[in-house]
Design a protein around this ligand. Sequence first.
Ligand SMILES: *Cc1c(COP(=O)(O)O)cnc(C)c1O
Length: 229
Amino acid sequence: MIKENVTALRKTLTQKGKQKKEEITLIAVSKTVDAEKVLEAMAAGQRIFGENRVQELLKKQENLSAYPDISWHLIGHLQTNKVKQVIGKVDLIHSLDRLSLADEIEKQAIKHHISVPCLIQVNMGEEESKFGIAKEEIFEMVSALSKYPHIAVKGLMTVAPYASNPEEIRWVFREMKGLFEKLKMNPYQNISMEFLSMGMSNDYEIAIQEGANMVRIGTGIFGERNYHQ
Ligand SMILES: *Cc1c(COP(=O)(O)O)cnc(C)c1O
């Protein structure tokens, strides 16, 4: 079913992208899923995979080292002491949410002579349980991040609050898009607003309607996760 799920999703995203005249990127969220299943998704053309834990990401990269065309994204919370383990190993970090983390990324990036593409994570729903900066802090954050020459901010990311009816959280995606467009109009060094990463299995359709151009889908591709295997 994985292959069929990916094919159907990619087709839908291509169509929606055409309507909006921009590409919509699918991140297949492979957390808790084994390498074999990643290969099934690859058979349907998928190349970008998202992981939320550093340990699991590194292990999966190793298991799949025969497939260098996979692009790995880190979508989960990043502890400062884990930065040196992932630096240079992921194509995009979706979870830049504090300057102390930026300090460490900058430091490691200098060591490796690279620039690190990141998205700023915003906690739009103001949930205590979620990571991300408050929307009121975004302009200050962006202006601070523009002073880190080895961090390339490429856009924004959010995890919307869970809602059994995703219509209830449409406002989250709409406000994110508003912020994204506002930031686009303000030129800052090292900051570009290319990617708006929002929308998961339960709410990606609404996220896209409101302007997401990057969606992160796990369950909708791989089925329900089993955290205890
Ligand atoms: C797990 C996860 C997803 C995917 O969630 P699904 O509901 O399975 O599609 C997306 N984004 C983040 C940050 C996640 O941790």
